[in-house]
Design a binder for this molecule. Structure first.
Ligand code: USQ
Length: 383
């Protein structure tokens, strides 16, 4: 297939580009380096320096990997994106081209505005580029489990059938996100649903939980092929932050009481899920929503696991409960469905002690690069 990857420089975008290319697809990787710019501005650079996208593609090819085409440009610029779609004529688009940090989106007006503008414009432009140039193309859009929030009832996979006064109808499952970033993904889903039901696009919207991990097989050839590994409070997800904190000898920063529960997945499973979705495209006029995670944990459970495995490796790991910088429930019911990807064939990579130990080993190799100033939260939800 001709696969267009938008946001291809990111934590998920680059490993996805390598995986699709390795699977024999023709890949065009597009990015405008927004994440790198925000990382520089907020002092949130990744643990290891990652070469620019064309250099990574060149290196991948030199090491025997297949060719990955690269275009640097902005998906929020319709002229650029629509020309890319017209010329490449993709059969599948993987859309990651969004500002992905919840804390960044809660920093202030400028950051909130950028998140709202960038994420909605990119999604709107992807939709219109497909309508104009590739209406049969399958769009795989990265959403988030955070769209649903933490309601006190079971979370279904995208949709909810409601009975009201003796009649019944199926709607998008109610969404109530906990940050502006997550809210942009709610708005994306609404936009997609409008264009799917009105114009017959084919869309898979993946509700993904927090991802952890560094390596993905393809990246084992050279550390310069690793994805951005962030451990700061802006781009670092909680597991990756705890791993870096354990190695740096800083207490693990559990926010509040630590009963916050989310659905997590290994970076390797993100790649597997996206590939499974691509292999079995959504039908014409179908918005297929899949909840993308493999297991649920409380923050306390993750901290305890990292502490236990780290201690066994001789690291002095302790846990500290900080005042929660976010506005979120710290103890709550959480029971989201996630059978869709398993039915498509997903074989999960669970967070075993061995997996945690392997990630700690990798970070230990570069422990001198950890900047402890990035480890404490710098953004609070309310002023
Ligand atoms: N947390 C801590 N200590 C920390 C960092 C986080 O206790 O040092 C807690 C947070 O308060 C939260 C949970 O860990 O309750 C998860 O936080 P996170 O930073 O790992 O994840 P989040 O901000 O929700 O965002 C991440 C990705 C985002 C994706 C989302 C999936 O950055 O792009 O959409 O995970 S989900 O959370 O399911 O919405």
């Amino acid at each position: 297939m001709r696969v267009l990857i938008l946001g291809a420089d990111g934590y998920l975008g680059w490993p996805t580009s390598m995986r699709f290319a390795a699977d024999g697809h023709e890949v065009l990787a597009v990015d405008n380096y927004l994440r790198r710019r925000i990382a520089l501005e907020t002092d949130s650079e990744a643990l290891l320096p990652t070469p620019p996208l064309p250099e990574r593609a060149r290196l991948f090819a030199e090491l025997g990997g297949p060719r990955i085409e690269v275009r640097i440009g902005d998906c929020a610029d319709y002229r650029f994106l629509s020309a890319v779609v017209r010329d490449f004529a993709p059969e599948c688009v993987v859309h990651y081209a969004e500002q992905p940090s919840a804390p960044y989106s809660m920093k202030g007006y400028d950051e909130a505005r950028l998140t709202l503008d960038n994420n909605l414009q990119a999604t709107f432009n992807v939709i219109w580029s497909l309508l104009e140039h590739a209406p049969e193309c399958h769009l795989i859009k990265l959403g988030t489990m955070g769209e649903y929030g933490t309601p006190d009832i079971d979370i279904e996979e995208g949709w909810l059938t409601v009975e009201h006064k003796g009649r019944r109808e199926t709607f998008l499952y109610p969404r109530q996100a906990g940050s502006l970033y997550h809210t942009t993904k709610v708005l994306d889903t609404d936009l997609l649903w409008f264009y799917v039901r009105t114009y017959g696009l084919r869309v898979t919207d993946l509700m993904q939980g927090p991802v952890y991990g560094l390596s993905t097989g393809e990246s084992d050839r050279d550390d310069r092929l690793l994805p951005h590994f962030n451990y700061d409070d802006i781009f670092g997800t909680v597991v990756n932050r705890f791993l870096a904190q354990a190695v740096a000898g800083i207490p693990l920063t559990v926010y509040g009481r630590g009963g916050q529960t989310r659905g997590y997945l290994n970076l390797r499973d993100t790649l597997n899920c996206v590939r499974l979705a691509a292999d079995a495209p959504a039908g014409k006029g179908q918005l297929r929503i899949l909840n993308q995670f493999t297991e649920t944990f409380t923050v306390n459970e993750i901290a305890e696991r990292v502490r236990r495995v780290g201690t066994a490796m001789g690291l002095p790991v302790t846990v500290r409960h900080l005042e929660n910088p976010r506005k979120e429930l710290e103890e709550h019911y959480y029971n989201p469905a996630h059978s869709g990807l398993l039915e498509l064939g997903l074989k999960p990579n669970f967070m075993t002690d061995e997996v945690v130990a392997a990630m700690l080993e990798k970070i230990l190799q570069v422990r001198d690069r950890i900047d402890v100033r990035k480890l404490l939260p710098r953004v609070a939800w309310s002023k």
